[in-house]
Design a protein around this ligand. Sequence first.
Ligand code: C5P
Length: 232
Amino acid sequence: MTHSINFWAVVPAAGVGKRMNADRPKQYLELAGKTVIEHTLLRLLSAGVFAAVAVAISNEDPYWPGLEVSAHERIITAAGGKERADSVLSALKSIRALASDDDWVLVHDAARPCVTASDIRHLIDSLQKDEVGGILALSSHDTLKNVQGDSIAGTLDRTHIWRALTPQMFRYGLLKSALEAAEGNPAITDEASALELQGLKPKIVEGRPDNIKITRPEDLALAQFYMEHQND
Ligand code: C5P
């Protein structure tokens, strides 16, 4: 029997964001009249492709229940984990009864509020016939150095170096089993790396440079600038 393939969004949002030096996790800082995470979730919800959005939230998070979006009918709240990969796995388990192994999951950082519907569509259109899936990524315009201590040990060949962004898009069953196999491995800083450990070769799809991750205080002003100039 065939069934239609669903798309699910998974948002790890259980980090503390130490590099922001703020009084609260970075996803709760204000940006253009809303919190960072509200922008992110509202953009995913309005993209018109996701059956639901599973969000991983820390058990000690006092801010989440106060946001209107936390009660949205297509938002599912899951417990956060120790590392990003643990949070993603927890969110995947929260939709286990709803998702099929061959459904697509797009994992997107809570801290990337400038994601556009056009980038989401571009990723889906590029990969939905693919066996494995892949990620949005950006090539590097800067020359990249391998640094040991405070000196340069070499220059990388930047034609082969890309920066991994999100969303990262994989089949539900494959992603869940790859993350389970990699549990506790500190080298898993994104979903693609868990699939790479299985010997698979995720694709890259060139993303937009305005899909920045809020990491340092000055990123909020940059995100606001991008939002004011985006039209899709
Ligand atoms: O810290 P970093 O910017 O790499 O985090 C990327 C995303 O992973 C953020 O949205 C953060 O909230 C999330 N995260 C998580 N659980 C953790 C650590 C990070 O959901 N234990």
